[in-house]
Design a protein around this ligand. Structure first.
Ligand SMILES: Cc1cc2nc3c(=O)[nH]c(=O)nc-3n(C[C@H](O)[C@H](O)[C@H](O)COP(=O)(O)OP(=O)(O)OC[C@H]3O[C@@H](n4cnc5c(N)ncnc54)[C@H](O)[C@@H]3O)c2cc1C
Length: 183
C-alpha cells in the first residue's frame, strides 16, 4: 500500500497485520536477543488520557483471522436477515462469516466482521465472496486466500474476474443449491 524509505534515521520500526504475509519457514539455529525494559509508568502518563475501565470483548464464534474457510457477504446480500443464509453455509463448511464494508455501513453486520483495508486481513484456504463487487479496498484484505469463489449477478464485477471459480447468479438461489449438495 505504501513505499516508505527511512534513509537516515534509525532505529526503524514497522508493524504488520496478522496474516498479511506468508509465514516464513523456521531457520534452525537462528537466534535473536530479547531485551526487557523496565518502564516507569509515570513517564508515560498523559494529561489528555485516562484509564476508565477494561471491557472484555464478548466476541463469540470463530476468529476470522484464524478461519480456514470464510463465507463473506456484500451489499448483494440485501439485508441483515440475508446473512443467516451465509451463516448456514459457513457452519456447513466449518468456517466463519465475514463481510465487505457495504453491509457494515448499512448496519446489517458488526464492524468486527469487516474484511479489507480498514477491516481485517484474512488468508483462508477458501474464500466465498457472495454479492461483493471486489473493490480494491476489499481485495486488500483477502486477495491472499488460496482459493476464491465469487457468487455475483454481474459477470463483470472485479471479484468475478479475480476469483478462481466465478458463479454467475443470484446468491439467494446459488447458496441454497450449494447447501443441498453439501450434506
Ligand atoms: C478509505 C476507504 C477504506 C475502505 N475500506 C474498506 C474495507 O476495509 N473493506 C471493504 O469491503 N470496503 C472498504 N471500502 C469500501 C469499498 O470501496 C467498497 O465501497 C465496498 O467494498 C463495496 O462493498 P460491496 O462490494 O459489498 O458493495 P457493492 O460495490 O455495492 O457491490 C455489491 C455487489 O453485489 C452484487 N449483487 C447484488 N445483488 C446480488 C444478488 N442477489 N446475488 C449476487 N450478487 C448480487 C452486485 O452485482 C455487486 O457486484 C473502503 C473505501 C474507502 C474509501
Amino acid at each position: 500500500m505504501a513505499t516508505i524509505t527511512c534513509a537516515k534515521t534509525r532505529p526503524e520500526m514497522c508493524s504488520l497485520r496478522p496474516m498479511a504475509y506468508e509465514k516464513a519457514s523456521a531457520q534452525p539455529g537462528r537466534t535473536g536477543e530479547i531485551i526487557e525494559f523496565n518502564i516507569d509508568p509515570a513517564k508515560y502518563t498523559s494529561p489528555l488520557a485516562k484509564f476508565v475501565e477494561f471491557i472484555q470483548n464478548k466476541e463469540s464464534g470463530m476468529d476470522l483471522s484464524e478461519a480456514e474457510v470464510i463465507v463473506a457477504g456484500g451489499r448483494g446480500v440485501g439485508s441483515k436477515d440475508g446473512f443467516k443464509l451465509l451463516e448456514k453455509l459457513a457452519t456447513r463448511l466449518g468456517g466463519a462469516v465475514g463481510a465487505s464494508r457495504g453491509p457494515v455501513d448499512s448496519g446489517w453486520i458488526d464492524y468486527r466482521y469487516q474484511i479489507g483495508l480498514t477491516g481485517r486481513t484474512v488468508k483462508p484456504k477458501l474464500y466465498i465472496a457472495c454479492g461483493i463487487s471486489g473493490q480494491i479496498q476489499h481485495m486488500a484484505g483477502m486477495s491472499g486466500a488460496d482459493v476464491i469463489v465469487a457468487i455475483n449477478k454481474d459477470p463483470n464485477a472485479p471479484m468475478m474476474k479475480a476469483a478462481h471459480f466465478a458463479l454467475e447468479g443470484d446468491l439467494h438461489e446459488v447458496i441454497p443449491a450449494m447447501l443441498e449438495v453439501l450434506h
